[in-house]
Design a binder for this molecule. Sequence first.
Ligand code: PRT
Ligand code: ZN
Length: 285
Amino acid sequence: MEKLRIAIQKSGRLSEKSLLLLKEAGISLNNGSRKLRSVAQAFPLEVIYLRDDDIPQYVEDGVAHIGIVGENEFAEKACEVKLIERLGYSRCRLSIAVPKSDNYKSLEDLNGKRITTSYPVILKNYLDEKGVKAEIHVLSGSVELAPSIGMADAIFDIVSSGSTLISNGLKEVEVVMKSEAVIIAGRQLDAEIQAVLDDLIFRIRSVLAASNNKYILLNAPNENLQQIIETIPGMKSPTVMPLAEPGWSSVHSVLSEKEFWAVIDRLRELGAQGILVIPIEKMIV
Ligand code: PRT
Ligand code: ZN
């Protein structure tokens, strides 16, 4: 049987989480001592390890069927590949920043200015769309140093916490795009490979859903039972069982991480007691 080949960053911000995701999807890799390639046990998958910049092109060329990259690389390389799944980790944004002392008011201020970046394609598309004409200078690293050495009036780079900008005397003025790790795939996959990919995506979605949800158990006073059920509707509807003590029920359900605290507050208002929250290992959606 032909194996699905996935390209993963060899070493960097995406590597560890991408391998963990595969592991949680039940794919254990038999690692060679020189990590260029590994083969999965009990699943028709092979991993090749590459620099993230190269992954979109390798996927376009069919050397790998799919790959995990930052959405920024997917957008920058503009290869013939499609985005098939967002993974929610390695989140960051791509922003324009200027020196802290700059009296920046709007994008128009960038007309005629020099902007240094490692992402010229994304920046050019953005400036064209906004009708701004600036000089784009490409630098492959240490972009944030360019203004302080007089090479640029602004930079366009990845921002996460923002501390790199601050420590280089810069301020973020425009967020151009948000990025997270994504799976990209070649445009044409044969049926056998597509079937393996569908299975992998199914597993990955179960892992992501589980990490975004919690199992919740609580004791509810029967007079508010209906409102409590409506507050935590779960996947279909909650399980409700009578407690030994009259007038009380035990309610079990699933709760999304996003609305977690708002829902907990509401449940307490409704008199819920003994609330237990438990992580979910896998969630088949
Ligand atoms: O060697 P290879 O080419 O494979 O790796 P790389 O060095 O090009 O990439 P790497 O590992 O640094 O990043 C891989 C991907 O992680 C990026 O393409 C983004 O999608 C994502 N990502 C998430 C980030 C960051 N967060 C991030 N903070 N990539 C880079 N940074 C840089 C940023 O440029 C800044 O200079 O980290 C610095 C610190 O950021 P602050 O704002 O937290 O200070
Ligand atoms: Zn890179």
